[in-house]
Design a protein around this ligand. Structure first.
Ligand code: SAM
Length: 281
């Protein structure tokens, strides 16, 4: 396992992913009943932006630092409010919270989080971060296995974030196999699969597979901070959501309209939101 999210924390893709994550959780919390969040590829949970890894790439500069430097009206967008409230104090202390910590900050008393991380050091950091917190289970387990073994939750409603590093060619197959099991056990859960936009063929393969296994509605959100590039560099970020809240496509459009001028390169940002519905044959 070579991938370490510490090199990428707070980059433009994290800002988009985590802002959308906040909206998904908030919608599920509109009802009083408890929810469970599963974060299958959680990372260590908190990143030091002054540390060597973040400083080496400085990816956060065109992500969270750009948002922090943007006009206050942008951060006042009501759909960004939860996200900004969580990340702002951390950013002021040169830190960036990862998805499990953002999810934790959103939990109500009745909600629970299960976070999986396989890298030994990042998994140990995740466990330390949540030590003694009864609302969170930090587990050193393959997140794809958890999709088959730990679903459905007793809470009945909730969200599964699947955010693999995409460092292996098998990951699309792992996602599809994991989601097939997960949907068989918990059809009504909301599932959000993050993906990088670099190689159009890989993106198309993933979208086609996810659309085919979605039992009902799905929303695919794609944000490009610059046009696709022949050298297949990392130009965009996607989130494919199965069983989305009915407001999600509109909220995602509002968030991306707000973020595009902040995260885009030279006014070149574009986004696309595609809603699909599979009907039983
Ligand atoms: N979700 C995090 C966030 O948004 O802050 C970032 C996660 S990072 C993109 C992917 C993480 O998955 C890495 O920390 C990596 O060590 C971990 N990982 C890779 N394969 C895994 C697996 N099969 N099960 C659990 N974690 C895995």
């Amino acid at each position: 396992m070579n991938y370490r999210h510490a090199f990428h924390a707070g980059n433009f893709a994290d800002v988009v992913k985590h802002a959308l994550l906040c909206r998904l959780v908030r919608y599920l919390q509109k009802k009083e009943g408890a929810i469970r969040i599963f974060d299958t590829h959680a990372g260590p949970g908190l990143y030091d932006l002054a540390a060597e890894a973040a400083e080496r790439t400085r990816e956060y500069q065109s992500g969270i630092a750009a948002l922090a430097a943007a006009a206050p009206a942008i951060r006042a967008d009501p759909f960004l409010a939860d996200y900004w409230q969580i990340v702002a104090p951390a950013f002021q202390a040169s830190r960036y919270p990862g998805s499990p910590l953002i999810a934790r900050r959103l939990l109500r008393e009745q909600d629970r989080l299960s976070a999986y991380e396989l890298h030994p050091e990042d998994g140990a950091a995740l466990k330390r971060l949540f030590a003694g917190d009864i609302a969170v289970k930090a587990i050193a387990l393959d997140g794809f296995l958890a999709l088959g073994a730990h679903l459905p939750p007793k809470e009945k409603r909730g969200l599964v974030l699947i955010d693999p590093p995409f460092e292996k060619t098998s990951e699309i197959d792992d996602i599809v196999a994991g989601l097939t099991k997960a949907l068989g056990r918990w059809r009504g859960g909301t599932y959000a699969v993050w993906y990088p936009i670099k190689k159009p063929a890989m993106v198309e393969r993933l979208r086609t597979a996810l659309t085919a296994l979605s039992p009902g509605e799905a929303v695919d959100v794609a944000f490009l901070r610059e046009p696709l590039s022949p050298d297949e560099r990392f130009v965009g970020t996607g989130l494919f959501v199965i069983n989305p809240p009915f407001v999600f496509a509109d909220e995602a459009a509002a968030i991306l309209s707000t973020l595009a001028p902040v995260l885009g390169r030279g006014n070149a940002a574009t986004f696309a939101i595609k809603v699909s519905t599979s009907r039983p044959a």
